[in-house]
Write a protein that binds this ligand. Structure first.
Ligand code: IPE
Ligand code: IPE
Ligand code: MG
Length: 236
């Protein structure tokens, strides 16, 4: 499948990359293999979005709640992030890479790698590639509330200045349009603490496919589905 020429492309696509564990189970392989296959798919989809000239792609890689998984799984995921960040993003890409999430619990060497990628890609002028790693929507909003309170207490801001635009400017996604599409493969129909503020008027697209089986054709399908939606933003 390829996209019709008159298609309206979304500016910002957000994806909850879910279903790696179930994929592994289906294939009778360790959960790790599901995550590894999922990471490959991420690379393919990021490249594809870049080729479509999508303005921003945000992917959910690890949530603040995912720490509750087994130590082995968490350790493996951190190893996978390290490998991918080291490898995949030295690829010829013009994307600006940004990490959304709390830096606190992540291993030092991974944090250093994340910082290097953000710095090295900061002068690129292609797609913004946001990787949500140790991200939670509630944690993000709580952090914003704290920062606004500090700025107000220290006189950098007056309470009267606090409006929706100001709140948006304190988020990890400051300066970007809200996601037009939030795509969740795996068959689950929930938000799982992803982009809680930014999803106010996003179109939700749920797909019955596990993330490691996700293809560029399926992304096309999602964009076609998005084109059928009538976005009203509360108007008529
Ligand atoms: C998504 O796949 C990857 C992460 C959350 C890190 P899952 O590991 O949640 O896969 P399922 O949902 O168990 O199939
Ligand atoms: C959401 O998936 C987080 C990521 C894909 C990184 P989960 O698998 O953690 O979400 P729940 O537990 O099904 O809500
Ligand atoms: Mg899951």
């Amino acid at each position: 499948m390829s996209l019709p020429a008159d298609i309206r492309l979304p500016e910002h696509i957000a994806i909850i990359m879910d279903g790696n564990g179930r994929w592994a189970k289906q294939h009778h392989v360790p959960r790790q293999s599901g995550h590894a296959k999922g990471a490959e798919v991420f690379k393919t989809i990021a490249k594809y979005c870049e080729s479509l000239e999508i303005k921003a792609l945000t992917v959910y890689a690890f949530s603040t709640e995912n720490w509750s998984r087994s130590e082995t799984e968490v350790r493996y995921l951190m190893k996978l992030f390290r490998e991918y960040l080291d490898d995949a993003f030295t690829m010829d890409s013009n994307s600006r890479i940004r990490f959304l999430g709390e830096k606190s619990r992540l291993p030092e060497d991974l944090l250093a790698l994340m910082k290097k990628l953000e710095d090295d890609s900061s002068s690129n002028d292609g797609m913004v590639l946001n990787i949500a790693l140790n991200y939670g929507g509630r944690a993000e909003i709580t952090g914003v509330v704290r920062k606004i309170a500090e700025d107000a207490a220290e006189g950098r801001l007056s309470v009267g200045e606090i409006d929706e635009q100001l709140v948006s400017s304190y988020l990890y996604t400051a300066g970007l349009p809200d996601p037009d599409i939030i795509l969740r493969p795996s068959g689950e129909k929930r938000i799982s603490n992803f982009l809680l503020w930014q999803c106010a008027y996003s179109e939700f697209i749920y797909m019955d496919v596990l993330w490691p089986d996700f293809t560029t054709d399926m992304l096309d399908e999602a964009i076609v589905e998005y084109n059928k939606r009538n976005r009203r933003f509360g108007g008529r």
